[in-house]
Each structure stands twice: as C-alpha cells, then as structure tokens.
Design a binder for this molecule. Sequence first.
Ligand code: ZN
Length: 302
Amino acid sequence: MKKNTIYFLIVLMTVSFVVQAKGLFQELIPGQNQRGNQRINLIFDCRGMTVAENAVCLKKIPWILSLDTDHVFFYSKSGLKKAGLFQIEPFKSNADHFNFWFVQRTQDNPAEGRCGSDPLAEHVPFSNAILVSLCNMNSMPSHATLLLNVLHNKNRKNAKVIGEIFMTARNGAVPPVMAYNFDHEMGHALGGLSDEDKKQGGFFPNCAPSMEAANRWWKKTGLVPQNVQFVQGCKDNASVIAYDNTIMKGGGFNTSDVAVEDYYSPVHKYWICKNIFDLTGAVQGACRHFEKFGLDRPLYSP
Ligand SMILES: [Zn+2]
C-alpha cells in the first residue's frame, strides 16, 4: 500500500472510533452542553441494571443535580432544605461551567454493577471529565477520587478524566439521599477535599495538622474570619477543621443537621472555585469573592 493510503486508513479508523465513542454519550439536557468551550463534563452512567431499571435510574439524575425549578426537592430535619448540587453555592452560580452527559445502556449487563474502575474511562471523548457511576449495589459506601496529579499536572491538556464518583443507586435509593451523597462526593472529586469525620479524614487542604497550621492557612490568609473558633476534626486527634458539621464531615443524610448555606465552608468553596478556575479559565457569582485571594495559584500549601 502507498504511504498516503495507509495514512488515510489510519485517519479513517480513528475517526470512526471517535464517532462510535461519542454516540455513547448523550446530552442530559438537550441544547445545554457546549463543545469547544472550556467546561467541566459530568458524565452519568447507571450500571449493572436491566434496561427498565436503567430508565428509572436516569430519571433520578435531574433531581440530584436540581438545575431547573421543576426538579428541586427538599429534605427536612430542622426545616426544609434544598439538597440538589446546583441549588447550593458555589455550584449554583457556576452551573454554566458544566456540561451534563449520560451513557445510554441498550442491553442488560449486571456484571458492570460491581462498580470497579470504569471501563468507560478510556472512551471518554471530552476533557475535564468527571465520571459518576450510579451502581446497582445494596451495600456500597459512596466514594470518589480526584486525580490530583492529573489536575495539577502542567501537561493536563491530555488528561481527560479528572475524577470518578461511585454511588449506590439501586431501585430503592431515593433522590434526596443520593443528592446529599453527591454533594459530598463532588467536594472530593472537584474540590480535592478530604473527609472531615474522625474515622476517615483527612489531609490538606481542609484538614490542618495543627492549630498553628490552621491559623496560618485560614486566618492569616483571611480566608476565614478571625472570630471563627476552629474545632478538632479529621482522623488524627491533633488535626483541625475550620467549621464543624459541614457536608465534608458526612455522617449521613439522617444525622446531619447542616444549614444548607453552610454545606460547603469558605475553605471548601475556595478550593472548588480554584479548581473550576483551573479547568475552565473563569468563575462566576459566589466564586468571584475568592478572586482577591488569587485563583491561579494555591493560597496555601501543605
Ligand atoms: Zn467522603
């Protein structure tokens, strides 16, 4: 074969693969997503379900996101609270920095419900992707990873998947609980935040190793007002968190008594906003407050 023909075939094969892979990913809200812009791509995937279960699972996603007023729900322990991610700052005023996709399953595949590393990851055609796997499992704690090395690597233009979230979404899982878990997991997956409970947490940037470090990170920088009393938190007895009972402390839907405006503390918001800025080149609304600290470089380091 002539050299040109070989090149042509390689190009043809590459193009047809990309088209096939793109066909897997459908817009959650037709017309909402923008290509070519710098956006963060949230990709939902209901796994290990029958076709019918998959359809039920997909219907829960708009409630978890709560982007539009038709899909905002409330939960109550002490008063009504909005729980969907995009009803809460800093996500609420930065929704325009996100695209929303889902993967349409056309056949039953219970084996995928194991929810291990995602076979989709290598086919994702978008950069700045966070994979959200909603898995058909009875007992699996939600968890998430932020691929920090990817996010902060100067060569990250080549990196496509920046984070992964795994959540239980069996038929009985109700949207308020799923939304609460999702808010927490997005703190991990986009903010790079640690758990703040004493069993599991945590490290930089939201668990300080000592009161001295906490003062240096949060009060000296002005990120947290001087009159805030820091509290013990995270795994190590000596470690310190800026605010108690936030969404990163977890503790579950039934036990948490967090005011919705305190879901993410100023420390959490700064890192979420910083990462939105890193990935998309701009921030809006609630994130503008943090511009004075500089979003193009870390305000403090470990
Ligand atoms: Zn967690």
